[in-house]
Design a protein around this ligand. Sequence first.
Ligand SMILES: C[S@@+](CC[C@H](N)C(=O)[O-])C[C@H]1O[C@@H](n2cnc3c(N)ncnc32)[C@H](O)[C@@H]1O
Length: 409
Amino acid sequence: MEVRRTVGCFRMSSNNSFFDEKRTWSRIKDELLKAYLAPYLAKVSRTRRPIIVADCFAGKGRFDNGEPGSPLIISEAIAHQLNDPEAPEIKGVFIEKKYFKDLKTNLPAASWCYPLEGDYEERMDYFVKEYQPRDQNLFLYVDPYGIKSVLFSQFEAIQKKKGFKTVELLLNLNTFGFLREACRLLKKRPDFETESPAVYEQDVNSPDRLDEIAGGSYWRDIIDKYYSRQIKMAAAEEEFITQYCERLREVFHYVVNIPIKTMIGNIPKYRIVFGTNHDDGLLLMADNMNKRWAAFREEARDKQSPLFECDFPDPSKQANWHVEKKIVSLIDTEIELKELLVKLVQEFGINFSTSEFKHYLKQMENDQIEVRRFPATTQTGKPSTSWDHTKTGFSIKISRRAQWQQPLL
Ligand SMILES: C[S@@+](CC[C@H](N)C(=O)[O-])C[C@H]1O[C@@H](n2cnc3c(N)ncnc32)[C@H](O)[C@@H]1O
């Protein structure tokens, strides 16, 4: 039975019920993971280097109603990739403290599957300090209930550790849980944040620990602004994730995130944050997040769901988002399409898909911009009109048209 209680205007659920059935937000996480892993494994396999996919808070493997959890999603993706005779060594590592027995039962008994019993923080510590990497590609999936274990410094250390070929991170960050805990610890004032320490966060017990989780003390100013009524909680959450991602950009070249909102108060319940050093990873995940968000929003609207809304900024409604102007400003002399797309995602986050950016580019072709393709013709000798930035041995270059002048007004 799920235990729910209401604190101020926020309904909270006990973790004991987490595995009863998948909630909407778990579904989105899973879809993001599943949709990313297949192309990730296929692409990274081409490096010929081993791959480790680490599910750091693995859970039971399967929900009590039979639905697969992240361990089964991951192992299915690995098994699929291993069907390719050219695939390198791929390992799935699954860390779980409480439900290890269930996890072991639910995981396939495969030689590449490594269920590990124990505490995430200790395992990470060992991994950071003792483990000798062998040029592997590492994908970290970090999906805790709350925030108490996700130390920023561990992400930093693992990324800086010498010996991995690549490191990517997909993190479920409970931003609101963080701020609620921050209010409790910093202000000790009896309003909704302090009435109930979050069900699953009672042992985040010092502001210093929150500094370690956040990767800095910037969150203290945000809480001050909230308490002095300069900003509301929704703005505080937005500011917190912006600053968190800024810090994470010192660790990974590229960081994007998707908010998962509950209807009440319009404050995201979680943020799913992705960090990578690779153009392809960024574009793949940004498209993936854009698609999930659009589908989720549609679904919420169709059902007029009383439970969820995901009213993230809608590109069509943002009059101040001048995509065309931004495109022009990003082209210095000439730029490779993929590089331009990366820059655009850095500007606009997941609000547009790469196809939408290409749609803008098509409209601008021969007006503001010129497009050159190499090779310029297809195999049948026709002029190439392709916009496929992923094709190997094919390049699309965009330049500003010499004749085109920025309108003066
Ligand atoms: C949100 S659930 C993970 C759900 C899972 N990713 C899925 O999709 O099925 C978090 C899991 O982390 C486990 N856990 C909590 N604290 C942990 C810790 N310090 N070390 C390892 N596992 C922990 C919990 O027992 C729980 O199974």
